[in-house]
Write a protein that binds this ligand. Structure first.
Ligand SMILES: [Zn+2]
Ligand SMILES: [Zn+2]
Ligand SMILES: [Zn+2]
Length: 170
């Protein structure tokens, strides 16, 4: 029995599809190296909906607001699971393994503290701490530092960069 290419119904050959696919790949057509603050590739997010959804591999990520923070040469290192804030956060785990693999990592902006501080007189000021700000999980009852609370209380899906001082404020 001779095998008939099912694409012949469209007058297109499999070779043509393969050529076209290779061409698009070579041009980096669907390449989006941006990584969200949740630690997962932007292309794993559905940003057509609100809140946005994030589905890196099999695991479900609670991320509700996609926000690109870095751009990398290989997004496959950014499929980790967040266990908590700082060194337990998927963004940090991803950067760590990308760095070990000597991938390119570009910061789209400096990670500075996102906190808005409400002063006694009601004015709102942006935290201007020059200290390090780390990716922080915000749980329903506040900031989460360790994984135990993430499990119990549940993350809101809105991760932020917070300086040490602001983490202590809550
Ligand atoms: Zn995200
Ligand atoms: Zn995510
Ligand atoms: Zn701060």
């Amino acid at each position: 029995m001779t095998e008939i290419d099912p694409l012949s119904k469209f007058g297109i050959s499999s070779e043509t599809v393969e050529e076209r696919t290779a061409l698009f790949k070579a041009e980096g057509y669907d390449r989006d190296g941006r990584i969200c603050i949740c630690g997962h590739p932007m292309k794993r997010h559905n940003t057509d909906t609100f809140p946005t959804t994030c589905t890196p591999s099999r695991l479900q990520c609670p991320c509700k607001k996609a926000r690109p923070v870095i751009e990398v040469s290989d997004t496959r290192r950014f499929l980790k699971k967040t266990r908590g804030s700082g060194p337990d956060h998927a963004l940090i785990l991803g950067i760590h393994s990308a760095n070990k693999a000597r991938d390119e990592i570009k910061y789209l902006s400096e990670p500075t503290c996102d906190a808005i501080i409400i002063m006694a007189d009601g004015t709102r000021i942006q935290c201007e701490s020059v200290g390090f700000a780390v990716p922080t999980v915000v749980s329903k009852s506040g900031i989460v530092i360790n994984d135990e609370i993430v499990e119990k209380d549940g993350p809101t899906g809105y991760d932020v960069f917070l300086c040490e001082k602001c983490r202590g404020r809550i």
